[in-house]
Design a protein around this ligand. Structure first.
Ligand code: SF4
Length: 352
């Protein structure tokens, strides 16, 4: 990109009046302790300082005014705060937000809850299925009986007219079951869904369990051949390969307009969920204020890029620079987009 193109692109970024997509960890509490949980849910440092119900209500009011396109309730297990979420969803629907989604492990998703989800207006739900059999799903989810509960949740959603999207995380012991999971989804009549695969991330609880659960490069290669074959033959459901590193490489090499916003359960705003850097907090300033101060252009800031360039592959997520904190393990670096200078690399020194 030459200088002219870059300045046109910077001008265009200013036209974006708010994020298209917002992902918020509504809680990091969880009723599971999965071996691969990248953000250490149930036990991480954010839990002690989670947003209150009123903090979340206030934030959702702001999102409704901003006119976002998509919100995802993430976690932890979002259904632990379901009454609040249903209340927030009503506001967002009224404001015309078209896509309201959530991710869940399915344990709390009874028939009654499925009905409430449908009635609330949440229109996309992602459930994790990490095996075609109980033995592998329950092993990674670290609890017996949860495979049956995930299947029950999928069926409960189906009975109210929601076809769940499915996430599958490969590990050394379930990766061979991938085609069986795909066939299982067909058996459950889940054709027109997003079947999402994402590699195991070297973060949080996964880092502690790598030697027991990490697939080898050869295993990944075989998996990708199968994914390519199924997609090429057009056998539904289509499989999406989610690459968690891709955005870090692209955005640091060529800063682009940021159309997303990620909020942690304590209100922290992060440029990427995979970096140990917090750039603001919604209890300190409004999202609109952060947006106008540069959140829409967050990848052009030197400090953000300094962290982004550290990660070129998944193994780098464990931390390549021993001076920098490990995300979801150590305390994050907090340099506020409004109150500090995110272009001043010298500021990092006070943390290191
Ligand atoms: S992976 Fe999901 S269900 Fe498992 S501990 Fe983490 S947040 Fe909970």
């Amino acid at each position: 990109m030459d200088d002219n193109q870059l300045s046109t692109s910077q001008e265009n970024i200013k036209l974006l009046v708010g994020p298209h997509q917002v992902a918020i960890d509504v809680t990091n509490k969880c009723n599971l302790r999965c071996l691969h949980c990248y953000n250490n849910s149930g036990e991480n440092q954010v839990i002690a300082d989670e947003l209150s119900d009123d903090d979340i209500r206030k934030f959702v009011d702001e999102l409704a005014d901003m006119g976002i396109y998509n919100i995802c309730y993430c976690g932890g297990e979002p259904l632990l705060r379901r009454k609040l979420l249903f209340e927030c969803t009503a506001k967002l629907k009224e404001a015309g937000v078209p896509n309201i989604s959530m991710v869940t492990n399915g344990l709390l998703l009874t028939k009654e809850v499925a009905k409430e989800i449908k009635e609330s207006g949440i229109n996309r739900v992602q459930i994790s299925l990490d095996g075609a059999r109980a033995v592998s799903h329950d092993r990674i989810r670290n609890k017996k009986g949860v495979y049956e509960q995930a299947i029950r949740a999928i069926n409960n959603l189906k009975s109210v007219g929601i076809n769940a999207n499915i996430a599958f995380t490969p590990t050394s012991f379930n990766i061979g079951e991938f085609e069986d999971v795909h066939a299982l989804l067909r058996g459950l009549e889940l054709y027109d869904i997003d079947f999402r695969l994402q590699p195991l991330m070297f973060m949080g609880r996964a880092s502690e369990n790598l030697k027991d659960i990490c697939p080898s490069p050869e295993m990944y290669r075989e998996l990708l051949k199968k994914v390519y074959k199924i997609n090429k033959e057009g056998i539904e459901p289509h499989i999406t390969w989610g690459d968690p590193v891709d955005h870090l490489i692209r955005f640091t090499e060529q800063p682009v307009c940021n159309n997303q916003c990620m909020i942690r359960a304590n209100g922290d705003i992060v440029a990427s969920t995979y970096l140990p850097l917090v750039v603001g907090n919604i209890r300190k300033h409004t999202l609109q204020e952060y947006w106008e101060a540069g959140l829409r252009d967050i990848w052009s800031f030197k400090v953000v890029r300094e962290f982004g360039v550290q990660i070129k592959c998944i193994a780098d997520m464990e931390g390549t620079n021993p001076l920098y904190p490990r995300v979801w393990v150590d305390k994050d670096i907090y340099i506020d987009l409004i109150d500090d200078d995110l272009n001043d690399l010298e500021q990092l020194k006070k943390y290191l």
